[in-house]
Design a protein around this ligand. Structure first.
Ligand code: NAD
Length: 337
């Protein structure tokens, strides 16, 4: 059976965290040859990435390396994998090509690491640009250098901007409204050019607004946190119609897209195919949590998309209805305190 080889003398623990993890540059030297699929998951300590890791680690046949710089991700999201010999958690930055090279060769890459939202791109545009564009370029260069059989890139519905029609299919023009969307569109273009010119199997998923446990800083976790304290919800606009998808459905979508030859070099929307008004979403959460929070309407913001519903014709994803997904999330949030 194959295994990772570690450089023991350089094996250091990160002191700031209770749980132990190690610095990438000191960590993996190389793989022993083996027949198990070797997978690199970038951004695996983040929200969607950690749920994807849970799925990938279910198979004892997978050897998985996670790289994450913990910019937004947390060791808490991956704590339960630290003792799994098939999973290696590497603290490292995809903006640094030499860090990626140290991981050694892998067969498959799930590239999720990114500055992952619109507000973050306004707060830190340079970081968003470098992580999402230079980082993606490095991941693709690395994939090419190790002859990876498959790469999956997590793009966003933000690449469409304000759509010309609903639902939005994958042929809709790309008109990003904000820097986050444009870095994702640029990442897609890099993927396409690598796929074309180097004949690589690179698949793109355009994910819609995702919700679930381990998420922070987005509208649904913010609403739940405010509801718990009976604080008012601030809504910008309120008439936006957006498509929200349960995180485990996104993982299912990634599993389908990466698992079938049908999606070779394809771009696929991952959405529920259903829209909900933000105002109604707020009301649903208030009702579900029995909260006294009120909804305060503010002017809409120009950098935010006003409507999106994914056309999910390319994939048969039976998405969890939002009312059920919110109930599941509420239950899980209550359990975790
Ligand atoms: N959550 C959503 O609603 C949503 C919607 C559409 C697309 N996406 C995309 O899906 C992917 C995962 O999103 P998420 O919600 O899990 O976000 P997240 O921020 O929770 O996860 C991204 C992870 O990447 C890590 N990271 C950031 N910069 C890095 C760098 N330079 N090097 C190494 N690691 C780095 C972060 O620490 C984090 O753990 C992202 O690419 C995001 O753009 C997410």
């Amino acid at each position: 059976m194959g295994k990772w080889i570690f450089s023991k003398k350089n094996f250091t623990y990160h002191k700031k965290q209770q749980s132990k993890y190690v610095e990438a540059k000191l960590f993996i030297l190389r793989y022993l040859p083996n027949s198990m699929p070797k997978i690199l998951l970038t951004g695996g300590a983040g929200f969607i990435g950690s749920h994807l890791l849970d799925f990938l680690a279910e198979s004892k046949d997978n050897q998985i390396a996670v790289i994450d710089n913990f910019y937004k991700g947390s060791i808490k999201n991956v704590n339960h994998h630290l003792k799994n010999r098939n999973v290696s958690i590497i603290k490292g930055d995809i903006r640094n090509f030499s860090t990626l090279k140290k991981i050694g060769n892998v067969d498959e890459i799930y590239h999720l690491a990114a500055q992952s939202n619109v507000m973050g791109s306004l707060k830190d545009p340079d970081y968003s640009f470098s992580s999402n564009i230079i980082g993606t370029y490095n991941v693709l260069k690395y994939a090419e250098s190790c002859n990876a059989k498959k790469v999956l890139f997590s793009s966003s519905r933000e690449v469409y901007g304000n759509p010309m029609h609903l639902p939005v299919d994958e042929n809709h023009p790309l008109n990003p409204l904000n820097l986050y969307g444009s870095t994702k569109a640029a990442g897609e273009m890099l993927c396409k050019s690598f796929a074309q010119s180097k004949n690589m199997d690179i698949r793109i998923v355009r994910i819609t607004n995702t919700y679930g446990t381990r998420d922070i800083g987005r509208v649904i976790p913010i609403f739940f946190a405010k509801a718990a304290k009976n604080q008012d919800f601030e809504i910008f606009g309120g008439n936006q119609i957006l498509d929200f998808i349960w995180v485990r459905d996104v993982v299912e979508g990634i599993k389908i897209v990466s698992g079938s030859g049908k999606y070779k070099k394809e771009t696929v929307n991952l959405g529920s195919g259903k829209g909900i008004l933000i105002n109604d979403l707020a009301k649903l959460i208030i009702k579900l949590t029995n909260s006294k929070s009120r909804i305060i309407r503010r002017f809409s913001r120009s950098f935010e998309v006003s409507s999106y519903i994914a056309s999910s014709n390319k994939i048969n994803l039976r998405a969890t209805p939002i009312s059920k997904g919110l109930m599941l999330l509420h239950r899980e949030l209550q359990k975790s305190g």
